[in-house]
Design a binder for this molecule. Structure first.
Ligand code: CO
Length: 470
């Protein structure tokens, strides 16, 4: 007899973060988001992902917005819903590894400004790169979710995933996410993976995928049947393609089943009505490329994320070497093997991709080697699931002794130094963190912010020296 126990599936809404990051280069503004917060807050989501990832960089760099201010406005508006962010382990939201004091302070300030759930991941799944952030979230009474970068390959067996899930439970995380950034998890593999994880750990399991390869909603269905606790979806105007499956579709799918979310379909419809003109505008301006809305089957055939495929295409185009595309695609898995078979997600995807291009263009493998490839082979990103190819390692870094410790153990605390570098711009405690992540971009923003204040402040409006360039 079928099991009819009610087990409503929980949903994390991604429209305020991943959905617009995936489809419109993270360009949705706070002004566009705020009017709909009240309705989103009434849906009953498990959480709304609204911060972290590229939103921080894009706010400062392109939108001239203070990301901390955005977060505080969300916190004011969302009275009932947990706010979630994406956090890149020791790299925080930036592109280099930070010392522990910066990681701890960033976590503390994220939670103080309104974040409830921090999803933390590492591109190598080296848990040592996550431990500082997890501990800091525990200390601040936030929810620490560890996300495993999902990938395929010889090393990535069910045993690998269940072993690492147990270690995540031991390290004090509150839940586990399978983060399938490339849309590689197929429906029946999801059944196996989720069942194995549910057997191996008592932590809640969340699944995050992208529609890139066209299988995502089927994968969710099988995952839900196998006992997954939470799925990530996006409201339909910014769903599908390189984004997530549509929220409304998943809600309708599970209606009347034991997994029924209980969400109000009319309310969801009103929310979709709000976002549709924003989508139309993005299509018209070219910000939303219809190409990103289709199925990219190459991502499954080559097990390479969609974003990485388009990067390779443009790198080769710049070098007038488009005819080498398939050669490079075949080189990618070889480089990945040489480098210890890492998942392909920022930044490992760029490192492997660029090295593969060089190997093909130079006509000799590892004749030219990027400094990032050398850093990986020196252990500076952490431990990989498989050993490096010893010959490749020797050719790239010579007799240099690779490090085997947690990379951040070699970094001195740096908060004081950062504080002193940027003190002239400081208007709030959080500014030092913006500066730590994106020094130049943050200073440009601070200058802009100062000019704005000067413009509207009547006490300095007559100041003849106050003509800051805006
Ligand atoms: Co994602």
């Amino acid at each position: 007899m079928a099991d009819t126990t009610k087990r409503p599936i929980k949903i994390t809404e991604t429209i305020l973060r991943d959905a617009h990051q995936s489809l419109i280069a993270t360009r949705m503004t706070t002004e566009q988001m705020l009017p709909i917060v009240d309705k989103l807050d009434k849906v009953g989501y498990h959480s709304v992902e609204c911060w972290g990832g590229a939103t921080f960089d894009a706010s400062l760099r392109f939108l001239k917005e203070d990301p901390w201010e955005r977060l505080r406005k969300f916190r004011d508006g969302f009275k009932n819903t947990k706010l979630q962010m994406l956090f890149r382990g020791q790299n925080i939201l930036g592109y280099r590894p930070y010392a522990d004091d910066v990681v701890e302070y960033f976590v503390q300030k994220s939670i103080a400004n309104g974040i409830d759930i921090i999803r933390i991941f590492d591109c190598l799944n080296d848990l040592r790169n996550l431990q500082t952030a997890v501990k800091a979230a525990n200390k601040e009474k936030g929810h620490a979710q560890v996300a495993l970068s999902y990938t395929l390959g010889d090393a990535y067996t069910l045993e690998y995933w269940t072993e690492i899930a147990k270690r995540i439970e031991d390290m004090g995380a509150n839940s586990i996410c399978i983060k399938d950034m490339a849309g590689l998890l197929l429906p029946y593999a999801a059944t196996e993976l989720i069942s194995a994880l549910k057997d191996a750990t008592s932590l809640p399991i969340q699944l995050h995928t992208h529609y890139t390869s066209g299988v995502a909603s089927m994968t969710y269905m099988k995952a839900v049947e196998a006992g997954v606790d939470v799925i990530d979806t996006a409201m339909s105007p910014f769903a599908l393609g390189t984004s997530q499956p549509a929220t409304e579709v998943m809600v309708e799918t599970f209606k009347g089943t034991p997994y029924d979310t209980g969400f109000d379909s009319n309310l969801l419809d009103e929310i979709a009505d709000y976002f549709r003109p924003i989508r139309d505008e993005a299509l018209e301006s070219g910000l939303l490329n219809p190409k990103n809305l289709g199925v990219n089957i190459k991502t499954l055939l080559y097990q390479v994320p969609g974003g990485m495929l388009s990067n390779l295409t443009s790198q080769l185009k710049d070098m007038h070497a488009e005819d080498k595309y398939y050669e490079v695609l075949e080189e990618v898995p070889k480089v990945r093997k040489d480098l210890g078979e890492p998942p392909l997600v920022t930044p490992s995807s760029q490192i492997v991709g660029t090295q593969a291009v060089m190997n093909v263009i130079q006509g000799e493998r590892y004749k030219m080697v990027t400094k990032e490839t050398k850093a990986v082979l020196s252990g500076e990103y952490g431990a990989t699931v498989k050993p490096f190819d010893p010959e490749v390692q020797k050719k790239c870094i010579g007799d240099k002794e690779p490090i085997t410790c947690r990379p951040a153990d070699l970094l001195e605390n740096e908060l004081d130094k950062l504080e002193s570098e940027m003190s002239q711009w400081k208007e709030q405690d959080e500014d030092v963190l913006s500066y730590a992540l994106f020094p130049q971009v943050a200073v440009d923003f601070f200058k802009y912010r100062e000019a704005q204040t000067t413009k509207v402040d009547p006490t300095v409006a007559d100041n003849k020296n106050g003509a800051y360039p805006v």
